[in-house]
Design a protein around this ligand. Sequence first.
Ligand SMILES: *Cc1c(COP(=O)(O)O)cnc(C)c1O
Length: 370
Amino acid sequence: MGDDERRLLLDAFDSNWIAPLGPHVDAFELEFCQAIGATHAAALSSGTSALHLALILAGVERGDEVLCSTLTFSASANAIAYLGARPVFLDSEELSWNLDPDLLANELESAAQRGRPPKALVLVHLYGQSADLTKILPLCEQYSVVLVEDAAEALGATWGNRQAGTAGRFGVFSFNGNKIITTSGGGILACKDKADAAAARKLATQSRDPAAHYEHSQIGYNYRLSNLLAAVGRGQIRVLPARIETRRAVFRRYYTAFKEVPGLVPMPEASWGKSTRWLSVFLIDPDKLGVNREDLRCRLEAADIEARPLWKPMHLQPVFRDCRKVGGAVSERLFEQGLCLPSGSAMTHAQQDRVIEIVLKTISGGRNSG
Ligand SMILES: *Cc1c(COP(=O)(O)O)cnc(C)c1O
């Protein structure tokens, strides 16, 4: 956090506007839209609540099928389950690790033939990188599937000269503590249509109808962002470009240190955009390195350094075991071999050098014994 965040938070505090809603919420929505080129935005209590509201507004109902990237955090799929709808999990492509557009094309075609088109697609932009929207967007249009972009991990990622999360009817963003900028907790639902944004704000405030008394004609939720946290968000959105450069610099240091090591392969950056490198992710090929991902993760842990496996694909999760999946081998291999290295914006060079040193030492030990 910086001086702007402190000043804005104290301003909200001193104004005594300690409520969900307030001037900072309106200003945050506006400044967020200006920063990333979104049309409308509703500030919410989390990225998960933004996903939930997007799917409600997309008309998803009990029993509907909703397509979803399998390689993601569970929140993407949980929102589908909240509505009693059935997630169908689609595999990743090698190029970007995001949803495979060819699998999507096949699935949409066969769903149309079955006469059961899915209502929506939850498209995840993973670890700071945009999915292949040039192929995916026209497919959604052709088959009238509502595109919900889960850009919780990819605020600031580009696709051509546009931003991930602004192509679909809905874009979901998160300001949870682990994301590239944070309000400690919070989210935004970006909407193409003004009416969607207004409807999201209403659903998020217990669906109050306009009346002096409390009148409700639909079920609502308590999903609005507080004025205090919106103040923090206004300060954070200003530092987004600097944060992206820092994350990319962290990645570049790892990349430079590891580029001569066969079998230690970075997450690719696809040609259609610029990744924020929210996390620095590498694949560990045990055949070439003589150590596997878990060996390396445990060695780092023993040195008090936290590294994490990739998201375990949703089609492998016990809670979603009865769901349909399309493909799966690519994301399974990524899960098996992928490791997220420490990537925080506040990391010092010395701290990063320690990570690099332990990785290289572990690998040379593996090679000698293998
Ligand atoms: C973090 C995250 C979310 C959820 O955001 P919250 O603000 O924590 O609810 C959703 N999808 C993905 C892919 C995420 O990484």
